[in-house]
Design a binder for this molecule. Structure first.
Ligand SMILES: *Cc1c(COP(=O)(O)O)cnc(C)c1O
Length: 425
């Protein structure tokens, strides 16, 4: 890679002004030993960098762009909304429509509050659960990421794993001590934990399909087991569907696996590429939030007209077009094709996939939790990553991230990806 590309020049300027040159650590190409490409534009399933290179994009803004980049209907909605002003700090009509649609499509949600990021959604849901139960401890699972609030950073998956930061500096010990971290997919350890601490646990928060240690599917009985244990002990079950919501189906993982949480956190797709998060659940819990109840939660730009417009348009398109079968077919073709290529080369691998979310782990034959994921071969991934990038396929720059297939990826893009993979491995 040359030293004089525009991306290189921008990067050397950026690192002087922005820590690591990036506004979110996962964007850095550090773990793959490269510098990030600066992106100039996106259209459909492709992004273009500042040097004019075009890539088939499997990052898709880390999940939100299930319809692809610069979707014409989303852009049009934004343009129209913008004419009336960008923010009022007062309720607007569209927020009701958005809440109505979310409540209609996500089985366990009766009431919902909009925020501006997934981090805010999970942080607020945890506070609500503590307020509701009057208990302090929470349970999370190793390798699951729930945003970067202090209490949720323990063993938080990809971003932290990529940089070998198991737990963040600066998170107060007294707070982190309230977080119990258990292995994903291990219902026995959950049972033992509740025998000991059950009466102190406010909530169990889980990614019902884990997407932040690479994709890890819930083993049969895991989610149901969590539901049963929580119901018995009075702890709230929180599904963090910031990735899986509107991704694995219109009703998210809770509909797919037929297990209903008490609270659901949403983000990514529901913002259609603008900053939106949400958390919701039954009225009896949600009405504990201010101004009705005593759990405080607020946001200057929450329910922002532009963000809601992009999100609402995206959700309406998903409901109207129901692209999930087509996403399933394309993603299955991609996963099967990758599997055949790797098998033909005699390589050991594991491909985990739920719908249009998938991960390839090199050098291991099964990944059911964070420990398994940690055994994957990073050096094989790193060379695969840079070879794919050279050939025009943009993957997430970490061995522990998902590939996101969008409705804008066409059959030809999948075949192109497979040809690149064949030459890149
Ligand atoms: C991305 C993500 C978050 C955090 O969302 P932000 O919008 O980045 O704050 C929380 N939970 C999960 C499962 C995520 O993938």
């Amino acid at each position: 890679m040359g030293n004089n590309t525009i991306s290189e020049e921008l990067y050397s300027k950026a690192v002087e002004l922005i820590p690591g040159g990036v506004n979110s650590p996962v964007r850095a190409f550090r773990s793959v030993g490269l510098h990030p490409r600066f992106i100039k534009s996106g259209s459909g399933c492709r992004v273009m960098d500042e040097d004019g290179n075009s890539f088939v994009d499997y990052v898709c803004s880390w999940g939100p762009l299930i319809l692809g980049h610069a979707h014409p209907e989303v852009l049009e909605a934004l343009a129209l909304t913008m004419k009336d002003g960008t923010s009022f700090g007062a309720p607007t009509r569209r927020e009701i429509e958005m809440a109505e649609l979310i409540a209609e499509l996500v089985p366990s949600i009766e009431m919902v509050r909009l925020v501006s990021s997934g981090t805010e959604a999970t942080m607020s849901a945890i506070r609500l659960a503590r307020g509701y139960t009057g208990r302090d401890k929470i349970v999370k699972f190793s390798g699951c990421y729930h945003g970067h609030s202090d209490g949720l950073l323990a063993k938080a998956g990809s971003g932290a794993a990529t940089f070998s930061i198991p737990d963040s500096l600066g998170a107060p010990k007294s707070l982190v001590e309230q977080t119990i971290v258990l292995p994903y997919n291990d219902i026995e350890s959950m049972g033992r934990c509740f025998e000991e601490f059950g009466s102190e646990i406010a909530a169990v928060i889980v990614e019902p399909v884990a997407g932040n240690m690479g994709v890890v599917c819930p083993v049969p009985g895991f989610l149901r087991g969590l539901r049963d244990i929580c119901s018995k002990s009075g702890a709230l079950l929180i599904f963090d569907e910031v990735i899986s919501g509107f991704r694995v189906g219109l009703g998210g993982a809770q509909e797919l696996y037929k297990v209903l949480p008490d609270l659901t956190c949403l983000g990514k797709i529901i913002g259609g590429g603008l900053p939106v998060g949400a958390f919701g659940g039954p009225r009896r819990i949600m009405e504990l939030l201010a101004p009705v109840g005593g759990v405080y939660q607020a946001g200057t730009l929450s329910g922002n007209p532009l963000a809601v417009s992009a999100g609402l348009t995206t959700l309406k398109i998903l409901k109207r077009d129901n692209p999930y079968q087509s996403l399933e077919n394309k993603s299955a073709r991609l996963a099967d094709g990758l599997g055949k290529i790797l098998s033909a080369k005699g390589l050991k691998f594991s491909i985990n996939r739920v719908g249009s979310l998938l991960s390839v782990f090199f050098g291991v034959d099964k990944v059911n939790n964070y420990e398994d994921a940690g055994k994957a071969d990073r050096s094989v991934f790193n060379s695969f990553f840079s070879n794919m990038l050279e050939r025009g396929v943009y993957l997430a720059p970490s061995a522990f991230e998902a590939w996101f297939v969008s409705a804008a990826h066409l059959g030809a893009d999948i075949e192109f990806t497979l040809e690149c993979a064949e030459k890149s491995i």
